[in-house]
Design a binder for this molecule. Structure first.
Ligand code: AMP
Ligand code: ZN
Length: 438
């Protein structure tokens, strides 16, 4: 059997991966907070851990993996957004959960085995908080329930930060009701007009960290094989998950391997993030006419732990690589999987090496089967090359609609005439413009 090695954040080194039960390998990835469109940096963990899921299924068997990715659908930003639109929070969360699934689907990310929503696991969270209170790891104060950090001598093992750095880094609110400034919220009160649930501590809602601990306990078990997410989640989110779960489960560790992806940045080296305002959404990139598979390859072009600089050149290179690979693969059926590709992925998901191995395969059937482990070349070459023209036409139709909206009718007419000259006919209807070949 292929030996997989993963860099484990807890151990600070690459370790051989041995699941507790090879017939039921468990993996959890912290998923999106659903109140806006995912940017291409948010897509990095989804794509990277989709490749890990494919590798695990390849090695341990198609039905061996239970992969959970949660949906955070209760959160202060969701509440604010619902209030500003004057709608129920569920209107916001369902809308953006669907966008997320569509966007990730376009990038070839297979749906996880389970996608639990926080709002559907409130009972588990309340039970876990009650257990933490009972065992002296949490206390009630001023309508809140807080995890008492000094009650856990192992707190900090994942991030290995000193206490001052943890308090500063977490930007935890210094509130008079806290016994210790590092203590964090498990439950907080909700005003009557805000979403909330009845609990032993009054009507309220959960803090962010408890949802993952509770959902992992319910859906996967006390100790899982792999817990993953972006680097920025190590502290405080994962550190707090570790503490909550271990203290609620008599010392059983939350995860046996911790895997974290590095950041996607813009050309100036700055991390792509909502708060910096330098985001490019997956939806925008697709609307520009880039194919999801091109974006996927771009995301896999760097090793997942390394920074990845996003640029137009990266997209162009990725498209050129796929053109080349599709010319080789043609419309072949699956053949044998190339050992070199699997070995590269098994070595801590070395996708750059796996991609260079793919480029060296000249047998179409072998290329097809091997690329599938990376979630690439799953379409047929005829679709890839035919679709290329379609994306360009879609983008021009979109540009014409924009021109009309801006009352630039000369530009809109020019686009229509150019397309007509190519034999593409546009039809304006009540729901937008469709096109067909004459
Ligand atoms: P958020 O919606 O900010 O909680 O992020 C969702 C996921 O995307 C988390 O796993 C983050 O660690 C990850 N993430 C956010 N920004 C980036 C980025 N620029 N590069 C890579 N991963 C990111
Ligand atoms: Zn989490």
């Amino acid at each position: 059997m292929t030996e997989i090695r993963l860099h484990d954040t807890m151990a600070r080194e690459k370790r051989v991966f041995t699941p507790a039960d090879p017939k039921r390998v468990t993996m959890y990835v912290c998923g999106p907070t659903v109140y806006n469109r995912a940017h291409i940096g948010n897509a990095r963990p989804a794509v990277v851990f989709d490749v890990l899921a494919r590798l695990l299924r390849h090695v341990y068997g198609a039905d061996s993996l239970v992969y959970a990715r949660n949906v955070t659908d209760v959160d202060d930003k969701i509440i604010a957004s619902a209030a500003s639109e004057g709608v129920d929070p569920s209107v916001i969360t369902r809308r953006f959960e669907q966008y997320y699934l569509d966007d990730m689907g376009a990038l070839g990310v297979a749906p996880p085995t389970i996608a639990p929503r926080a709002t559907e696991n409130i009972g588990e969270m309340i039970a876990m908080i009650a257990r933490l209170v009972e065992t002296g790891h949490a206390y009630e104060a001023d309508g809140h329930v807080l995890f008492h950090v000094p009650s856990d001598p192992d707190y900090g093992a994942l991030g290995r930060r000193d206490r001052e750095a943890m308090i500063a880094g977490a930007r935890v609110e210094v509130a008079s009701y806290k016994k210790d400034p590092a203590d964090f919220v498990l439950w907080k009160p909700s005003d009557p007009e805000v979403i909330g649930w009845d609990s032993p501590w009054g009507r309220g809602r959960p803090g962010w960290h408890i949802e993952c601990s509770a959902m992992i306990g319910r859906h996967l078990g006390e100790t899982i094989d792999i817990h993953a997410g972006g680097l920025d989640l190590i502290f405080p989110h994962h550190e707090n998950e570790v503490a909550q779960s271990r203290c609620a489960h008599d010392g059983a560790p939350l995860a046996r391997y911790w895997v974290h992806n590095g950041f996607l940045s813009m050309a100036d080296g700055e991390k792509m993030s909502k708060s910096l305002g330098n985001v490019v959404t997956v939806g925008e990139l697709l609307a520009e006419g880039h194919k999801g598979e091109t974006l996927r390859l771009a995301l896999l072009s760097a090793h997942y732990r390394q920074p990845l600089e996003w640029s137009p050149q990266l997209i162009a290179q990725s498209k050129a690589t796929l053109d080349r690979l599709y010319r080789v693969v043609g419309d072949a059926e699956d053949g044998m999987i190339d050992r070199g590709v699997v070995d590269a992925l098994a070595d801590d998901l070395n996708t750059p090496l796996a991609l260079s191995r793919l480029a060296a395969i000249d047998e179409p059937a072998v290329l097809k089967a091997s690329a599938a482990v990376l979630g690439l070349l799953e379409g047929s070459a005829s679709t890839w090359f035919r679709g290329e023209g379609d994306a360009r036409i879609d983008a021009l139709v979109e540009a014409r609609a924009e021109a009309k909206k801006a009352r630039n009718f000369a530009e809109a007419d020019r686009i229509r005439a150019d397309l007509a000259a190519e034999g593409i006919l546009l039809e304006d209807g009540p729901t937008g413009t469709t096109w067909r070949r004459a």
